[in-house]
Design a protein around this ligand. Sequence first.
Ligand code: NAP
Ligand code: ZN
Ligand code: ZN
Length: 348
Amino acid sequence: MIPVKGYAAYDASSPLTPYDFERRELRSDDVLIDILYSGVCHSDLHQVRHEWGNGIFPMVPGHEIVGKVAAVGNKVSKFKIGDTAGVGVMIDSCRKCNPCVSFMEQYCVEDMTGTYNGYERDGVTVSQGGYSTKIVTNERWVYHVSDKLDLPGVAPLLCAGITTYSPLKYAQVKEGDKVAVAGLGGLGHMAVKFAVAMGAEVTMISTSPSKEADARKLGAHHFVLSTDKDAMKKAESSFNVVVDSISGNHDYEYLLKLLCLEGKLLVVGLPSENPEVNPFELIKNRRSIIGSMIGGTVETQEMLDFCAEKNIVADYELINMQYINEAYERMLKNDVKYRFVIDVSSLK
Ligand code: NAP
Ligand code: ZN
Ligand code: ZN
């Protein structure tokens, strides 16, 4: 077994503390990664606080992982020692069902295996995430990362990046489309960058007046404060796509109202309470609500290649592992610019 240092939540109400554990020895198709950087996703916070009702403790969160390949199994073909590589939100799936053979493993009929807070395919081993020094993963769920990119800024692409890239592609966002992004956090700021890169006219919808200047720096063409009733009224029926990347409890109604004829509400935010939907707002303009979960392995590599080509990375604040509990508190106050990324060398 391979000894690893990490940080874990021991239960839903205690702060994260140091936790030593072991990774499995490499199987023939496994890759061992020495983790350099690990992004901090709001899903980490939802899960360590047991907000989705599925917490397995002790839990080492982290599913935005970038590092260097330190060893490979004898059948690994995609990677060699020294490669820069990433791991995202999933590390396995049944590999046989229709979504799996179509490389949409996140929709596996037997459920994907989460990078942490899940069970491996043996049904017993608990998966542990990237707030740790090393990870062992089957090569299918490991991605090539361009060394041209700023590596701490790449880590958040593995969840926040793919989670916003995938629905924008699915909605076929193109030059001239009007896209609104609700919630300027980790996912929201990536949604702005991708929608701009796809040629859309982008509007940021935020509860935080202080984020207007940043939204514009990220490339948003317009900014609307969601608490400004007049501005929200004016924005009604004007967007082809609204991306909902909101972490806190909210209704869909005010976002649905923003959609024009056949507009799509792309839901990626996962608040702890179910949002209400007013069917009258849904039938108006023949609007639709489309949910989207991260992205498959092929699409994740495509997104990373797109980012390398367009020089897109996340805006981040680099933190030491020991700062994580404070980082969570700041996240709850919407005070993240725009992703915390853990410098994993602080764990050693
Ligand atoms: P984050 O960095 O904390 O950003 C969330 C933003 O939402 C906040 O900065 C804030 O933006 C806005 N917000 C928070 N509470 C709100 C409320 N009650 N009403 C309106 N706006 C509110 O979170 P994140 O890491 O981007 O994650 C966002 C959500 O996506 C989380 O629920 C997460 O679990 C989920 N997620 C889903 C997937 C998926 O596969 N679908 C993958 C990853 C994450 P403003 O200050 O601009 O208002
Ligand atoms: Zn995430
Ligand atoms: Zn499957």
